[in-house]
Write a protein that binds this ligand. Structure first.
Ligand SMILES: [Zn+2]
Length: 333
């Protein structure tokens, strides 16, 4: 925390950090890929090839934001240091933001860059299961067919007694076709997928080209968490975050964002310092285009429930969190 505070006291320091993350080896034009720039303003690059002007925030989730970067950095820090994440209401209170929507929008934009890359697949021995999360399903209803909730597939690498990386994804249903699509997108062919006895997995694993190992829960008479301890632990942790941080009030169109945020932190749980997780989040933020953020906006316009949970446009410019040293203000009060 002390290091975070000392590294980023001003908005200009934050901007320089993003510049360094985006162009570690010097400016490369995002438009024409020319190398080299000249500049008349600090933090602005003018391309020598096409003449266009860029800053580190151009075309990223920070594009044309009215929220000062110190506030963005504070939000990223709070999102990554806590195991449970932070709700928009809590972020608003902590940073003194005047608007809930600004807090909500920042968190939501960060979530868009937290989804795991499709190029990185789980390998080795993987436990997989599906569960029902979010929505307003009846409490205590479990199994395949809980009303009002969403089918979420979970997978986690397992080697010996330790667990590796995980993936969580909403599925349209628990049919073998949906399960197969999930396995194809998230799991390396040839891996061993361990599941319960649900018949959908037979076809899904065969179709996706992975080996299948069945632990039949109902035949063995064991509680479900014994043969598949990793994936059940994963679901119980994510359920705790949804019920705790978000108090169970999860809109369907937001659930995948929450799952991505959870997985982003979970997969970096062994990181030596929280600062490293913060670094990864900001690195992803300047690496991704604004299109992912526009997708969020589109989803919300379609559902028509946006006004209560947060419109994406920023009409309000929050105050900076710049650490301008004032000599002992309590004395002059
Ligand atoms: Zn250019």
């Amino acid at each position: 925390m002390a290091q975070f505070r000392s590294w980023f006291p001003t908005d200009a320091d934050c901007a320089d950090y993003l510049d360094w993350l985006r162009w570690p080896d010097g400016f490369v034009c995002p438009c024409c890929s020319s190398i080299g720039d000249w500049s008349d303003l600090v933090g602005i690059h003018r391309c020598t090839g096409c003449g266009r002007r860029f800053s580190a925030t151009s075309g990223t989730i920070f594009h044309r934001t009215r929220t000062p970067l110190t506030v963005w950095f504070e939000a990223a820090w709070l999102m990554t240091v806590s195991k449970q994440g932070i709700s928009a209401l809590n972020l608003q209170r902590t940073t003194g933001l005047g608007s809930y929507q600004s807090a909500w929008t920042m968190l939501q934009k960060f979530r868009t860059v937290m989804s795991p890359s499709h190029h990185v697949l789980l390998t080795g021995r993987i436990e997989m299961d599906e569960s029902y999360l979010g929505g307003k399903g009846k409490p205590g209803v479990t199994g395949r067919g809980a009303a009002g909730k969403f089918v979420v597939a979970g997978a986690i690498e397992r080697s010996g007694r330790s667990f590796g990386r995980a993936r969580l994804q909403i599925l349209p249903d628990a049919t073998s076709a949906s399960l197969e699509r999930f396995i194809r997108q998230r799991i390396q062919p040839g891996s061993i997928v361990v599941t319960d006895g649900w018949c959908g997995y037979l076809k899904a694993t065969k179709g996706a080209g992975v080996q299948h190992e069945i632990h039949n829960v109902s035949d063995s008479g064991m509680p479900a968490h014994i043969p598949l301890p990793g994936v059940h632990r994963l679901f119980s942790l994510v359920r705790r975050v949804l019920d705790g941080t978000y108090q169970g009030s999860v809109q369907p169109e937001q659930l995948q964002g929450y799952l991505d945020e959870f997985t982003f932190r979970f997969n970096r749980r062994h990181a030596q310092s929280r600062g490293l997780v913060f670094f990864r989040l900001l690195e992803a933020s300047v690496g991704a285009g604004p299109s992912s953020y526009q997708n969020v906006a589109r989803v919300h316009r379609r559902t028509g429930t946006v006004t209560s949970t947060g419109p994406v446009a920023e009409y309000y410019a929050p105050r900076s969190l710049e650490n301008l040293s004032i000599a002992r203000p309590w004395r002059s009060a």
